[in-house]
Ligand binder design. Structure first.
Ligand SMILES: [Zn+2]
Length: 206
């Protein structure tokens, strides 16, 4: 199985949104939850472009791994809840906002700061799997603070969240190869059915 099938499609246009989309695991056998094991999560991070990941397995005890995966799931849930509120122009869940801000603050606290091209950037020592979570928390906070939040959308077909980067903001589907294609097919079938009904009628047709 290739990586493309093993994990959810990275069509979010932003690493924090791709992380959110790893919670959509209902599409047949396309993917399973990357948060079922720390190693799986870190492998997904490498695949999705999270850089604060050390090669090789993370050395965690069972209890540490459980705690880590719970924190990761909490962060993912908080980001989903908040970006869905943004996309739906609804009030955010205060608990999700607090969880997100707390994770973001911890990320800043643990970051190694540097100046790059005249801008302050943060990096995280990948000596702990937490580094990947800090990077993701920081990316989510950056997106929600600096935007473009008006471009955050939820695919009506599958629930994936994504950044619409089309010029006129007309993107509706996670991808035209998936939900977009299915919608086209649905419309085609509906139109064929309608045309047939029209043919059965007597009288002039247009
Ligand atoms: Zn979709």
């Amino acid at each position: 199985m290739g990586e493309a099938e093993r994990w959810p499609r990275t069509v979010g246009g932003h690493v924090a949104l791709d992380f959110v989309n790893t919670d959509v695991v209902s599409q047949g056998d396309r993917s399973t939850d990357v948060l079922r094991a720390t190693g799986e999560f870190l492998a997904w991070c490498g695949h999705a472009g999270v850089v604060s990941v050390a090669p090789g397995p993370a050395r965690l005890s069972r209890a540490q791994e459980r705690t880590f995966l719970t924190r990761a799931a909490e962060l993912r849930g908080a980001v989903r809840s908040t970006v869905e509120a943004v996309a739906g122009e609804r009030d955010a869940d205060p608990a999700a906002l607090t969880a997100l801000s707390t994770a973001g603050a911890e990320a800043v606290q643990r970051a190694v700061p540097a100046l790059e091209n005249g801008r302050l950037v943060w990096a995280w020592d990948p000596g702990t799997p937490d580094a990947a979570l800090w990077e993701l928390a920081s990316a989510a906070v950056d997106l929600l603070r600096a935007g473009p939040t008006g471009r955050i959308k939820v695919c009506p077909g599958c629930g994936f969240v994504f950044l619409d980067s089309t010029k006129n903001g007309s993107r509706r589907w996670c991808s035209m190869d998936d939900c977009g294609k299915q919608e086209k097919m649905r419309r085609y079938v509906a139109k064929r059915a309608q045309d047939r009904t029209g043919q059965d009628r007597t009288g002039p047709r247009h």
